[in-house]
Design a protein around this ligand. Sequence first.
Ligand code: SAM
Length: 247
Amino acid sequence: MVEIQQSVFCEELLAAAEKNGVSSLLNGERAEKFFLLTKHMLTVNESFNLTAIKEPRRIIFLHYIDCLLGASFFPLGASVIDVGCGAGFPSLPLAICRPDLKITGLDATGKKAKYVKDTASLLGLSNVDTVTARAEDAAHLSSMREAFDCATARAVAGLPVLCEICLPFVKKNGLFIAMKGKNAGEELEAARSALEKLGAKEEQTHATHIHDFSGETFLHTTLLLRKKEETPALYPRPYAKILKKPL
Ligand code: SAM
């Protein structure tokens, strides 16, 4: 495993945050939690595939800064469901930097949901819970349907599919905050009809170039989609149908 030195890692994380305009979300104590998260994730990653990005400096930019660029759009004290949380992105960076949020990480893979819950405990984060379920099933449960102020998702599916599995969790007037990359504009166009059928509207698009230390840039886009109407009971449909005929 790549050796990481805590002081170097924290210094680099804070510098990366400064360079990308998210330093107000970090401090020394939070940086230390990111260090522990990185060490733990890379250790677990040796036996259970969590991330293809294994170099700490790349993890800082491609996972942490990418998630933090969306962090300030969540309303204060919001309940948030992270659909397809995988290795805990954006759940864990959000939980570290936005302790006011109450986060539920949902994933179809029990081992990933357990990893996120165990990691949150290891980091002393009391604002994270996890659920093992497929989103299209969980969204029909009365305990979860229209039960969250916000839904979020990163690297799970294209936007038309994502809207159908995420918006049903959101309360009327709440937000679906989609964390996307360079194709966000095209995905948004493709999702116009899904948004209409699901009772949601595009509210804002924030596109930002992430700058790393070598001069490379990556486009991060946060899409804010406002749920204006209750989601029709039909949605989400079974996943095979969603994929076969996206809305
Ligand atoms: N969000 C994380 C990230 O940004 O690194 C994980 C991305 S990973 C590529 C996609 C995750 O979504 C996987 O862990 C998978 O199990 C989960 N997933 C995909 N479709 C899902 C669904 N319909 N319901 C629940 N989880 C789903």
